[in-house]
Ligand binder design. Sequence first.
Ligand code: PNS
Length: 179
Amino acid sequence: MHDGAGTHRTHAVYPGSFDPPTNGHLDIVRRSAAIFPRVTVAVVVNPQKRDPLFSVEERELMLRESVAGLPNVEVEHFRGLLADFVREVGADVIVKGLRVVSDFESEMAYAHMNRALCGVDTMFLMAHEGFSFISSSIVKEVFGQSGDVTGFVPANVLRALEEKRTTTGGTHVDLPRHR
Ligand code: PNS
């Protein structure tokens, strides 16, 4: 529990599906790394979204490559409840990005529940205005229809998407509307 007034948050967990990581995600990672001494990017193993395009290992690798220049950022994965993972690694803050007002409603419920479960607060960073319309889903949708997603994902993710198309013959997935 970290309820003490005036204490400094030292270890942030930034959770997500990251299927795949986008420049919007990376922007949140970089800004979090400038605020908190330690940031753990936490890839959920079984995202609520069905049929992830990338395996958890692939998602972790893409993230590791993308954050290689940030010495205070590490990448891990977790199963089950985020609150349990946060407790396990001893983190004292959860970081999330907010893009649009509709993100807020679901995130508010998550934040309350996570605080009830592990006593850790969630802090929100507003997505960079240039990335507020980018989600993993929309990237997959555009790429899957041969659209150009350069500029929306890091170069290594673009390569991974292209490889996925080559090896699987496509990037089609059932597209959730959110994230
Ligand atoms: O990138 P996403 O898909 O928006 O990330 C959602 C994520 C992984 C943060 C959320 O689904 C999550 O926390 N999943 C772990 C399961 C859990 O703890 N559920 C209850 C949240 S209060």
